[in-house]
Design a protein around this ligand. Structure first.
Ligand SMILES: [Zn+2]
Ligand SMILES: [Zn+2]
Length: 344
């Protein structure tokens, strides 16, 4: 099969013919229809993710059609499926108590197992996968497995956002845009922060109540003024110190910080503990969403409760993924890129 392989960090992915994946007994092989290009991939591509090395195939947000099914697989050949990026084992206490996104035996294609920047991907633990609704475009569905689900879980299960609350969203990439759209659906008021004015203007057209340009404004001050005292919930979607501090500093007393952005390297960063201490903040880490929450989220999307189409900006080829990763070194365009052409 054709795959985009990491050979040297920071260099174009190498388009190679590699061996087709063998089918796991407890899972399936998907012919990949679409795979999102995510900032987590960028962290791997620059050498900042311990599980991405030379020879790795990235790609953790994908959908596709089953072309091979193992003896113990739950799905069958021909099924069109979306995968949550964290594939829980289904057997451990975390999985059995509904927290499969914290499963210690979880497998994440793209990080430690070959991912979906390829024509085919092997997916073990296929009980995690869900059927792709007929009405949902594949390119849009690809982004659901990572960004939308992560944002949804962060807002609902971690921060428990309530109608009328102010939610600050730091960073308007895939996670940030999803968080904006989903928080609005929940009845919250949303202020978004970015350094690219075009992305802030875009966010306003998508329903953001206010924006703050971090390149020209003091973010915590601006948010405290907009929200008249601070946001109740603040979601950090970049994984860097600057936005983490802006997030805890912009919160009202007893506010909830939700940390979504994957910290690069060893994860050490300087954080304003006085803000956390003196305002008695809650600080939530979060990663992914348990697979069982998928069907209800998909139904809301299908019913039209939330329109996620603005998330998808452009469809690219497999070899075009390199340019998308490279572009993340600087300010990026609004919306996200999805690989939908695996022929070149
Ligand atoms: Zn992702
Ligand atoms: Zn498990």
């Amino acid at each position: 099969m054709r795959a985009a392989v990491v050979r040297d960090f920071n260099e174009d992915l190498s388009i190679e013919t590699v061996e087709d994946p063998s089918c796991p007994e407890n899972g399936v092989v998907l012919e990949v229809a679409a795979c999102g290009v995510c900032r987590s991939d960028f962290h791997g591509w620059v050498g900042g993710h311990p599980k991405v090395t030379s020879g790795s195939i990235l790609g953790h947000e994908y959908c596709g059609t089953v072309v091979e099914a193992g003896a113990l697989a739950k799905h069958k050949i021909g099924d069109k499926l979306i995968a949550p990026f964290i594939l829980g084992c289904g057997d451990c206490l975390a999985c059995k108590t509904g927290h499969s996104n914290t499963c210690e035996s979880a497998i994440v294609p793209g990080f430690g197992a070959p991912g979906a920047y390829a024509e085919f991907v092997a997916v073990p633990f296929d009980h995690n996968l869900v059927h792709l609704p007929e009405t949902m475009p594949e390119a849009l569905a690809a982004g659901l497995g990572c960004r939308v689900t992560t944002a949804w879980h962060a807002l609902t299960d971690r921060a428990n956002v309530r109608a009328g609350e102010w939610v600050a969203v730091h960073g308007t990439g895939g996670i940030g845009l999803s968080a904006l759209l989903l928080a609005k659906m929940l009845g919250a008021r949303v202020v978004v922060v970015d350094v690219v004015q075009e992305k802030l203007d875009h966010a306003l057209t998508l329903g953001a109540d206010a924006t703050v340009n971090a390149a020209t404004e003091n973010v915590p001050d601006a948010i405290r003024e907009i929200t008249k005292g601070g946001a109740q919930v603040s979601l950090e979607a970049l994984g860097i110190a600057q936005t983490t501090n802006a997030s805890v500093e912009c919160l009202a007393t007893l506010g909830r910080h939700v940390h979504v952005g994957m910290p690069a390297g060893d994860g050490m960063m300087e954080v304003n503990m006085r803000a956390i201490y003196s305002k008695q903040l809650a600080f939530f880490g979060t990663r992914g969403m348990p697979a069982w929450k998928y069907p209800s989220l998909l139904e809301m999307i299908e019913r039209g409760d939330v329109d996620l189409t603005p998330m998808l900006d452009r469809e690219v080829t497999l070899s075009g993924a390199s340019a998308e990763l490279r572009s993340m070194k600087g300010p990026t365009r609004p919306g996200t890129a999805v690989i939908t052409d695996f022929s070149k």
